[in-house]
Structures are given as structure tokens and as C-alpha cells.
Design a protein around this ligand. Structure first.
Ligand code: GLY
Length: 414
């Protein structure tokens, strides 16, 4: 297959995008240095951006930002911080509202399951002052994985626990094992099973990547590959979701296929900075709906789905986790802020960085518009905040005092 980069030819003009991208290129070059490598490790409080892109870039003072499904989250986290709560703990307490909500099918209780019908959750949190993280991947039967991640941070010398070990740890910490399915999530999975079919998350035959090397399959230690229909125990025609399960969502939360089945990379991220300019963050999710069992997304991976540095600020992501992992999006944003980008500028540049590094043609439509989206959220330690998405439609919830407000994410493509 061709590996020619399939880059967008033009960026829509809202927000004087050409000017932004030129400025971002200059900033990024400065941030990256002449080598084009990632920005170097930060030192000290970043300078205010010379070019704020959105009102949030000008804000100063305590601030909590979350993905759009976190309106109650940011309010609770802000109120707890005002009472002296540590940012990381306030974020974890805030996202618990969404983990507990049976109507949010992207997180915790009632989250959409994997292709076997099993709900596997991912979550992580990070504390700025200690520069310490905790994380769980593919945890089952525990409603509040972000709270478990906080216990990993608080009580262990590890960063990440996965699978059965994570569940066992949670039970030892006093978390209750319970069935996380709701009637709604179970029915959604049954409908998906009935209407869609094999290979939903596998690449089509002509999309499989074959590197030109002399090895035979047996040299790689692979026996004969079981046909998907056998592996899954079902037959049937192709899914409407061709291309490795990529639909073209209006935003990064939940979209519906023609059968009414929800598909989601939905997640909640929350980042906060308090009056002392200490930062913290957390991200929690049921991950990609109908994923292959064992799939881990960006949410529990430090530097990908979340990252903070007490000298700089905090950032996180929702949307297509695979793209965020392969660009270490949240780490990059924090480093870009350290090197002078405003939060909005850094989020938008991180989106562009993903698009520029996406090489497989299946990821773009005929107009070279990405078929996927990612939304980033960032807060600098002084309270400046921002959000940006690859596709229009992302939004954030922000609290800087009384009440939560909705902030539309800047974006690269209509
Ligand atoms: N961003 C959530 C996921 O990809 O799992």
C-alpha cells in the first residue's frame, strides 16, 4: 500500500487560521528548536503568549477545565478546590459524577462494552506538586477507575496496573465489584452484534500494512491466521463502518450509525489549577466502543491522554486515542506551553501535529478531511485555558468561579 502522506491541502479560514498556522509554525519551530524535535524539558513559569487565540488564554486565577460532558464535574472540582482540595483529588471527585451516571455511555457505569460485551475501563490521574501519576487499564467490574488510579498514585510505588491485577487491587482498597452494564448499554451491544459484523476493528484486507521485508509469516512466530468469521463465531456481510472502524463523528463524543448504534471514543478529562498555582488532572473512560478485548486507549497513558507539570500546567485529551498515543499529545501540549504557546495555540498545534503525522489514506475522506477527531484541553498554571479539536464540534466545560460555562473548541476542519 502507499504510505504517501495524505495531508490536508487547506485549513478552513475561521479565526484567521492561516495566520494562526503561520504563527504556530514559528512558535513550534522555536519550541522544537532547529532540529524539529519535541520541545525540550521546561523550566519555570512560561511567558504569557504574545498571541492569545481565544478568551480563555487571557484568564488568570484558579480554573478547572473538562471535556464537554463535565459541566457538573468542573463545578464540583472548583468548589472542592476553593475549600482547599488538592487539584488532582478534586478532578477525580469531579469525574466520579460522570462515572456514576448510567446515562453517560462513554465512562464508568453504563459505558459501552468491548466486542465480547465486556466493559473494560481505563483511567489515570496525575498530581503536579509531587509529579506522580496513578493509572489503571482494562479494569473490569469497578465503577470508579479514576478513584482506583488515585489509590495507585497514593499507595504504591507503581504507576499503572492493568486487567485482573487492577481489579484485585481495587477490591483490596475497598472498591465494590459490580455489574457495570445498564439495560441501555447491553441493548446497544446486542444491536451492534446483530447489525454489524466481523472485522469492525480490524483493517480490511487491502489496508493491512505489509512492510517489504524478506520474512515469511512463520519467521514472525505466527501460525495460520484464523479467519475472522471463525474467530468471532459469526458470519455476515461487511459493516457499514469500513476502514478499521472509523466513522466520521460530528465530534469526539458519541455518534450513531444508520442502525442507531452508538459509537464512541467518549471520555472525560479534567485539568485544574488552584490559587497556589498547583495543578492536577485525570482522565477516565470506557474507551472505544466495541473495541478488541484488551485494547488500551490513551486515557490511562501518562503523556498521552493526560499530563501535568507543576512548573507549567496541565492537559488532556478525548477522541481517537490511537492518534493521541502516537503523538504523546498531552505531554507535547504542556511542553509547548512551557515554550511560550498559549493553551489554545498549543491545543490547536497538537491537533495539526496529529493530522500531519497521519499517513494511512483510510484515515481521510475523498476531500482529505480526517475521518476522526481528537479534542484537547489545557490549563496553564496561572489559569489561562484553551481547547481545540481536529473537527468542528468539540467543546469543553470550564469553571473559574460561579457556575460552569460551555466553551466551543477551536478547530482545524469544519
Ligand atoms: N480517548 C479514549 C479512547 O480512545 O479510549
Amino acid at each position: 500500500m502507499s504510505t504517501t502522506p495524505n495531508r490536508p491541502s487547506a485549513v478552513p479560514s475561521h479565526l484567521d487560521r492561516r495566520g494562526f498556522l503561520a504563527a504556530a509554525a514559528v512558535s513550534a519551530a522555536g519550541a522544537a528548536g532547529a532540529s524539529g524535535r519535541a520541545p525540550s524539558v521546561s523550566a519555570g513559569l512560561p511567558l504569557p503568549s504574545p498571541r492569545p487565540l481565544a478568551p480563555g488564554d487571557d484568564h488568570r486565577g484558579p480554573c478547572v477545565i473538562a471535556s464537554g460532558n463535565g459541566r457538573q464535574t468542573v463545578q464540583l472540582a472548583f468548589d472542592l478546590m476553593a475549600k482547599g482540595g488538592r487539584p488532582v483529588e478534586c478532578c477525580v471527585r469531579g469525574v466520579k459524577l460522570v462515572e456514576d451516571d448510567p446515562n453517560d455511555m462513554s465512562v464508568g457505569y453504563g459505558g459501552l462494552p468491548n466486542e465480547d460485551g465486556v466493559i473494560q475501563l481505563d483511567a489515570a490521574c496525575m498530581d503536579g506538586p509531587l509529579h506522580k501519576a496513578g493509572s489503571v487499564g482494562c479494569i473490569e467490574n469497578i465503577k470508579n477507575p479514576a478513584s482506583v488510579a488515585l489509590e495507585v498514585l497514593r499507595r504504591t510505588d507503581h504507576v499503572m496496573l492493568v486487567g485482573e491485577g487492577a481489579t484485585r487491587f481495587a477490591v483490596r482498597m475497598g472498591f465494590k465489584e459490580e455489574d457495570l452494564h445498564t439495560e441501555k448499554s447491553r441493548n446497544a451491544w446486542k444491536r451492534w452484534r446483530a447489525n454489524l459484523n466481523d472485522g469492525d476493528k480490524w483493517l480490511d484486507q487491502d489496508q493491512i500494512i505489509n512492510f517489504p521485508e524478506p520474512w515469511r509469516q512463520s519467521d514472525r512466530g505466527i501460525g495460520s491466521i484464523e479467519p475472522l468469521a471463525q474467530a468471532r463465531g459469526t458470519g455476515g456481510g461487511r459493516s457499514t463502518q469500513q476502514g478499521g472502524g472509523l466513522s466520521s463523528p460530528p465530534n469526539d463524543h458519541i455518534s450513531f450509525d444508520p442502525f442507531g448504534n452508538p459509537h464512541t471514543y467518549g471520555t472525560i478529562h479534567c485539568s485544574a489549577t488552584n490559587a497556589d498555582q498547583d495543578v492536577g488532572c485525570c482522565t477516565t473512560t470506557s474507551g472505544l466502543s466495541w473495541k478488541l478485548p484488551g485494547r488500551v486507549g490513551d486515557s490511562p497513558l501518562i503523556g498521552a491522554g493526560l499530563y501535568c507539570d507543576n512548573a507549567v500546567g496541565s492537559a488532556g485529551a478525548t477522541g481517537r486515542g490511537e492518534s493521541v498515543i502516537q503523538t504523546l499529545g498531552s505531554f507535547w501540549i504542556v511542553e509547548a506551553m512551557a515554550n511560550g504557546m498559549s493553551p489554545t495555540e498549543a491545543c490547536l498545534a497538537a491537533c495539526k501535529r496529529i493530522v500531519d503525522r497521519t499517513r494511512e489514506p483510510r484515515m481521510f475522506n475523498e476531500n482529505k478531511r480526517p475521518r476522526f477527531s481528537v479534542t484537547f484541553y489545557a490549563v496553564r498554571k496561572d489559569g489561562a485555558y484553551g481547547t481545540a479539536s481536529i473537527l468542528k464540534g468539540g467543546h469543553a466545560a470550564v469553571c473559574v468561579g460561579e457556575g460552569a460555562v460551555r466553551v466551543n473548541s477551536e478547530f482545524l476542519y469544519e
